[in-house]
Design a protein around this ligand. Structure first.
Ligand SMILES: *Cc1c(COP(=O)(O)O)cnc(C)c1O
Length: 386
């Protein structure tokens, strides 16, 4: 959902929206949707199929199944795989990753993230594998591809399934291949805060035909047409209007990724050398879609906490976010599955406790980005002078 800027920030005149989804032209959407509307085929029609085919081609995978959201897609993938037991997920992620596991009847086991890339750390995952582990779920954080190879070897050694929550990663590349074909299945989000927008929607991508067929059934109450469901499903279909939006937006993904990379590079350059500011590491050769751009503020070296920096920016009308704080193991519902007897999550706590997400979207004025960086620099200098 586009987040509303606070009234306080809006009053300041030079305020910036944190999120500003760039939608395809209304004309292009209308042109696609026209026939669906005219024939009243507004669900279970041709547009969802067209979108699935176009997405599969774009991602270089055999099967794409459009669903109502990334959360429902993750739930259905886990259900369709008939998983039971424990699923290892990062604690540093959006809570939907954990909620999907709960809805699929699984116990989430939280693993730490890598201090450089902020994605699921395979070394820490290996330490948490038990006889009950049935799946690993990696999250391509902000679009930064996970260490898919190491996770894949752990998954095959332990006979666990490998799933990616790719909510942020439509348009990302890993080893020259689009994210979407890694692991047993990947699940994208098409909600308005992501690069490809369907309004609400998700997309499952997989090269496994059996799994794909099961997800097609699962999104339709579990029924494949026999009026006698094959598996436990729900209604998680995508409507034709949502498919029209996604289809119309598909061609713009590449330029959005380019623009987001430009903005990210500018932020990194302008904040380079500020003591106590750290950046996300992207492996050379990979493309991060930069659904979000975040820095870490180390209070000891910077002289102020992340929250103090966020408050100073808001004072000047610049809204920021803390993607993602608190980490899952410290939340009320999801944290109930973590206990102090389990190995700690020090990197997650450090990253999540310091993370500050800056606005990033195609129309972001470069003046605004420069001003944000100037304010952050002043905050750091205020400390150095004291
Ligand atoms: C946005 C997001 C989701 C949820 O996507 P929906 O389409 O809103 O269900 C899941 N995981 C992550 C990491 C996200 O950022």
């Amino acid at each position: 959902m586009p987040e509303r800027i606070s009234a306080h920030a809006e009053n300041k005149g030079r305020s910036l929206r944190f999120i500003h989804p760039k939608l395809p032209s209304w004309h292009s959407v209308q042109r696609l949707y026209h026939d669906a509307y005219r024939t009243s085929q507004i669900t279970n029609g041709a547009l969802v199929k067209r979108f699935e085919a176009a997405a599969a081609e774009r991602l270089g995978v055999k099967h794409c199944i459009a669903v109502s959201s990334c959360t429902s897609g993750l739930m259905l993938v886990m259900k369709a795989m008939q998983l039971k037991g424990e699923v290892i997920i990062p604690s540093f992620t959006f809570f939907a990753t954990g909620m999907a596991a709960l809805w699929a009847g699984l116990k989430p086991v939280y693993a730490d993230c890598n201090p450089a890339t902020w994605t699921l750390d395979p070394l820490d995952v290996a330490k948490r594998v038990t006889r009950r582990t049935c799946a690993l779920v990696g999250v391509h954080m902000y679009g930064n591809p996970c260490d898919t190879e190491s996770l894949s070897s752990i998954a095959s050694m332990t006979h666990a399934k490998l799933i990616f929550d790719s909510a942020h990663a439509f348009g990302s590349n890993h080893f020259g291949k689009p994210v979407g074909g890694f692991g047993d299945a990947e699940v994208f989000s098409l909600s308005p805060t992501k690069l490809l927008v369907a309004g609400e929607g998700g997309l499952v991508s997989t090269n496994d035909a059996t799994l794909a067929a099961r997800i097609v059934a699962a999104r339709n109450y579990g029924d494949l047409g026999a009026y006698d469901p094959d598996l436990q499903g729900l209604n998680a279909r995508m409507s034709e209007f949502n498919a029209a939006l996604a289809l119309a937006g598909l061609d713009a993904v590449e330029s959005k990724v380019e623009r987001h990379n430009q903005i990210a590079a500018n932020y990194t350059r302008m904040l380079g050398g500020v003591p106590g500011v750290a950046f996300q590491g992207v492996n050379p050769g990979d493309v991060c879609a930069y659904k979000d751009y975040s820095v870490l503020i180390d209070p000891d070296k910077f002289g102020k906490t992340r929250d103090q920096v966020a408050a100073a920016l808001l004072q000047s009308g610049y809204e920021t976010k803390k993607y993602f704080y608190p980490p899952l193991h410290q939340q009320r519902i999801l944290g109930a599955h973590h206990s102090s007897e389990m190995p700690p999550l020090p990197i997650t706590e450090r990253v999540s406790g310091r993370v500050l997400s800056l606005p990033i979207y195609s129309k972001l004025p470069s003046k605004g980005a420069r001003e944000i960086c100037r304010i952050i620099r002043i905050q750091a200098q205020a400390h150095t002078v004291q």
